[in-house]
Ligand binder design. Structure first.
Ligand SMILES: Nc1nc2c(ncn2[C@@H]2O[C@H](COP(=O)(O)OP(=O)(O)O)[C@@H](O)[C@H]2O)c(=O)[nH]1
Ligand SMILES: [Mg+2]
Length: 233
């Protein structure tokens, strides 16, 4: 199975340099960039990776939607996504791909180790992640422990089905992808993966944190409406 690995970037020059030697040779790499002002593009071109500037505006979600469109233009079978900030180990994607094949999943998430999350992301992020993941796992009846993960893997068919429904433009894209995968009846799996210390600065600001709470409530409402029908919610 041919895999296209997406690295969504916003000023990730340092992290991309560190990641470069770790990406398995068999993966094709696509960098979708949100108008970086550092040397992100140079690093991508230096390694002969495909480089595209995102369409539809600012935010990670616009980057992911652009990447899905670019993926559908290739002959690759699967789209893997990892955050390009060095927290995600690209080799985990090989294990995710194996799980996708073995279990016939349409979508696989990498569930990041919670002790490492506490260490690298802090108590508050871990608390929010446990809370939102717990609610989603209960409502969607799925074994999911980490819905805020940066590790995602989709079959081509899953991308074809999900893409027309994606509405999120920013960091709410993870809620959106999962909500639509579940709503469309795709087979979703999760396997345990590792995380590491970020290289460079996080783009997830305090303002983003508030927006993310609003988005979480929005997708909770949409999910409840999907489960119980329009009239009650
Ligand atoms: N294409 C694109 N990528 C983005 C944008 N904002 C953040 N990213 C990338 O999304 C990933 C996650 O962002 P990050 O800053 O690490 O957020 P955090 O993991 O929540 O701290 C990183 O690879 C970022 O470079 C954006 O506007 N466009
Ligand atoms: Mg990050």
């Amino acid at each position: 199975m041919k895999l296209l690995l997406l690295l969504p970037t916003l000023n990730e020059e340092g992290a991309l340099k560190a990641l470069a030697n770790e990406i398995p040779d068999e993966f094709e790499v696509l960098v979708v960039d949100g108008h970086s002002t550092d040397g992100t593009k140079d690093v991508a071109l230096e390694h002969s990776w495909r480089f595209v500037t995102q369409r539809y505006g600012r935010g990670k979600g616009c980057g992911i939607k652009t990447a899905m469109e670019e993926f559908l233009k290739t002959d690759c079978d699967c789209l893997g996504i990892i955050d390009a900030d060095y927290t995600c180990d690209p080799k985990e994607m090989t294990r995710m791909l194996q799980a996708l094949k073995d279990e016939n999943f349409d979508v696989v998430l990498g569930g990041r180790d919670r002790v490492m999350q506490l260490h690298y992301l802090g108590e508050f992020s871990l608390f929010i992640n446990c809370l939102t993941s717990g609610i989603v796992a209960y409502l969607y009846k799925q074994k999911l422990s980490d819905i805020q993960t940066g590790y995602w893997l989709f079959t081509r068919e899953a991308v074809e089905k999900i893409l027309p429904h994606l509405a999120a433009s920013g960091f709410d894209i993870e809620y959106d992808m999962l909500y639509n995968a579940w709503r469309l009846g795709l087979k979703i799996g999760e396997i345990p993966v590792s995380i590491r210390k970020r290289t460079g600065k996080s783009k997830f600001s305090v303002c983003n944190r508030f927006k993310q709470i609003g988005s979480g409530l929005k997708y909770l409402g949409l999910s409840l409406r999907h489960l119980y029908g329009r009239r009650r919610f």
